[in-house]
Design a binder for this molecule. Sequence first.
Ligand code: 5GP
Ligand code: ZN
Length: 112
Amino acid sequence: MDCIFCKIVNKELPAKIVFEDDDLLAFYDLAPKAKIHILVIPKKHIDSVNDLSQSDSELIGRLFLKIKEIAQKLGVDQTGYRVITNTGPDSGQIVHHLHFHLVGGGKLGPIA
Ligand code: 5GP
Ligand code: ZN
């Protein structure tokens, strides 16, 4: 499968990694849209939120707690940040490996 994020997981492509364990990876977005722009992903390939199943509950719960930890580590937990997951064509999803954008580090515009 030709998936950029799987290649990052497998270290076939470089990334500036902020966190890694057996199941999760967090790294800086290549084209940041905010002062802080991190992508948090499950290592396992899941196309999008549409493809989540009951058995992924714990994985996604842990992923969200990791987002919280990273926000604290980067010092945006009190100033505020946004977590975004694009799903499908109308959202503009480009990379079809489930990922959560953590953006912050300055005032963000309205979501829509
Ligand atoms: P999407 O629109 O799919 O929600 O967002 C995909 C994100 O992945 C974009 O913000 C884009 O800048 C980022 N991205 C695409 N290719 C790479 C890459 O090779 N490395 C990193 N670090 N980020 C990437
Ligand atoms: Zn993938």
